[in-house]
Write a new protein. Structure first.
Length: 450
C-alpha cells in the first residue's frame, strides 16, 4: 500500500518506491515534510543495507519528489483532474499558402507540437519514453527528450528511419537533432533498409500513447495538415511497446515480423473500443472490410493508391451510400491513384488546397450512427504502407465526441479544397506545391512528408 501511494509521486518505477519505503518514507506527507538532503542520504543508506538496487536517484530527483509531494498534499489543494481518455489535435493549416498558414499554426495553443512537448515533460522521474519517429526535426521536442533524460532520469529510447538519421544536406553526418540525443546518452536505432520506418508514435510511462499523421518536423507541425491523437491506457501502451520492442530490441521491421503477437487486439478506453493494427497485420484487408460495411465514408488521404480500398469505397457508393474525400494533390492522378476512379464513380472527392502537404491518413465511417468509427495513424492508403513500410493504425469505434472532432477537421480541409478548386477555375491558383525532399543516399529524392 505504501509503494502504491508513492507511485503517485514517482510513477511506475518499483525500485524507487521500494527504496523510499526501505528508507522509512511510506506516505506522501512524510516525503513532503522532510528535507531532500535527508531523504537522499536515507535512501543511500537503505540501499547499502538492504542491497535493493545499485541505481540511485540523484539529489535533483529527490528535490523534484519533495516539490511534487508538497503540491499533492497541500491543504485544500484539489486533486489534479484525470487526463481525458482520448484527445486529438490538428495543425490549423487551412490557408492556401505556407506564408499564411505558418503564423496561425505557430500561434495556435492547441498545435500538436505544444501538446507533444507537454506530454514528454510529463514523464515522471525515473519513467520511460519510447519514441518511434520517422523523422525528428523539431528542436522543442528534441530538447524535451533531452530534459527528460538529464533532469528526471527518464529512460528515453528512439527508433527512426535511416533517411532521417543523417543530415539532409550532408549524408555523411548524423542529423543535428539526432546528434543532440546521442550526446545526451539517449540510444537511437535506425532501420538500415530501403523501406520506411514510417511510425510517428510515443509511449510515455507505460500508460500514454501518442500517434497520428504528424511527422515531428517543422514542416509537419506548421505547414501541413496533420492530426495527433493521445490515448490513456495501460493495455494500449503494452501494444505499442510490443511494436516498439520489435524494432528497437530485435531490429525487426515489417514485413520481417510475425503476425498475431499484439497483446490486446481490442482495448476499451472510455466510450471507445480501440483496435491496434501494425503493418504486418494485413491492414488494407481490415480497413477495406470496415469500409465495405459502412453506409457513410469520409476520408482524408495523403497517398491513396490502394486499389482494394478504392474498390471498397466505390462499392459503398454503388450501394447508395455516401463517399466524400480530400486527396493530397501531389501524386493524386498517378497511374495507381484512386482519386479519379472515385470521382468517376460519383464520389464527392477533391484535391487539397494547401500549398504544403495535406498529410492526414484518416477515414471516418458512419459518423451519425450509434457506433461511428475513426481510423487514423501513420498508415497511408498505399501498397507500400501495407507490404513494405513499418506502420501503425488505430480503429476507434463508438466515441461520438472524438468522431465529431475528426468530422470538423474533415469539413475544414474540404472547405480549403473547394476554395482552391474555385481559385483554379478562375485561373488564379494558389502558389505551387512546395518541393521538400530528403534524398536517400544513392537513390531518387523522397517526399519529406511520407
Amino acid at each position: 500500500a505504501a509503494e502504491a501511494e508513492l507511485k503517485r509521486l514517482i510513477g511506475a518505477d518499483d525500485v524507487y518506491a521500494r527504496l523510499l519505503v526501505a528508507a522509512g518514507f511510506k506516505t506522501l506527507n512524510q516525503v513532503a515534510n522532510t528535507a531532500p538532503e535527508t531523504i537522499h542520504a536515507s535512501i543511500k543508506q537503505a540501499n547499502a543495507q538492504f542491497d535493493i538496487d545499485g541505481r540511485l536517484p540523484s539529489l535533483e530527483h529527490v528535490r523534484a519528489w519533495v516539490a511534487d509531494a508538497k503540491r499533492l498534499t497541500a491543504p485544500g489543494e484539489p486533486p489534479a483532474p484525470p487526463k481525458p481518455a482520448i484527445q486529438a489535435w490538428f495543425t490549423d493549416t487551412y490557408q492556401p499558402t505556407d506564408a499564411a498558414n505558418r503564423p496561425i499554426a505557430e500561434g495556435n495553443p492547441n498545435n500538436p507540437e505544444k501538446h507533444l512537448i507537454a506530454l514528454i515533460d510529463s514523464a515522471r522521474v525515473g519513467g520511460t519514453v519510447d519514441a518511434a519517429l520517422f523523422e525528428l526535426h523539431l528542436p522543442g521536442v528534441t530538447d524535451a527528450l533531452v530534459r527528460a533524460k538529464r533532469e528526471r532520469n527518464v529512460t528515453v529510447r528512439l527508433v527512426t528511419d535511416t533517411d532521417y538519421y543523417y543530415d539532409r544536406k550532408d549524408r555523411t553526418k548524423v542529423a543535428h537533432e539526432i546528434q543532440k540525443l546521442l550526446d545526451a546518452g539517449i540510444p537511437v536505432v535506425q532501420d538500415n533498409r530501403s523501406n520506411l520506418m514510417h511510425n510517428k508514435f510515443l509511449v510515455i510511462d507505460s500508460q500514454t500513447v501518442w500517434t497520428g499523421s504528424l511527422n515531428v518536423s517543422d514542416e509537419g507541425a506548421f505547414n501541413q495538415n496533420n492530426n495527433s491523437i493521445q490515448l490513456e491506457s495501460k493495455e494500449l501502451a503494452e501494444n505499442f511497446t510490443y511494436g516498439f520492442d520489435w524494432m528497437f530490441t530485435h531490429r525487426r521491421f515489417n514485413p520481417n515480423r510475425p503476425q498475431g503477437g499484439t497483446p490486446h487486439k481490442l482495448v476499451k478506453i472510455g466510450d471507445a473500443t480501440v483496435e491496434t493494427l501494425f503493418s504486418e497485420e494485413n491492414v488494407s484487408d481490415r480497413i477495406s472490410e470496415l469500409v465495405r460495411n459502412a453506409k457513410s465514408v469520409k476520408f482524408l488521404a495523403f497517398s491513396f493508391t490502394d486499389d482494394q480500398l478504392g474498390r471498397a469505397m466505390r462499392q459503398v457508393k454503388a450501394n447508395g451510400g455516401s463517399v466524400e474525400g480530400v486527396v493530397e494533390r501531389v501524386g493524386a492522378t498517378s497511374k495507381y491513384g484512386q482519386y479519379q476512379p472515385l470521382k468517376d464513380a460519383g464520389a464527392d472527392v477533391y484535391l487539397d488546397g494547401n500549398q504544403s502537404f495535406m498529410h492526414h491518413k484518416v477515414i471516418i465511417l458512419d459518423e451519425d450512427s450509434d457506433n461511428p468509427i475513426v481510423i487514423t495513424g501513420s498508415y497511408n492508403f498505399s501498397n507500400g504502407a501495407d507490404d513494405k513500410n513499418d506502420e501503425n493504425a488505430l480503429v476507434i469505434s463508438g466515441d461520438k465526441a472524438l468522431t465529431q472532432k475528426y468530422v470538423e477537421e474533415f469539413k475544414r480541409v474540404k472547405a480549403a479544397a473547394v476554395a482552391e478548386e474555385e481559385r483554379r477555375a478562375k485561373r488564379t491558383p494558389a502558389a505551387p506545391k512546395a518541393s521538400v525532399t530528403a534524398p536517400r543516399a544513392g537513390a531518387a529524392p523522397l517526399p519529406a512528408a511520407a
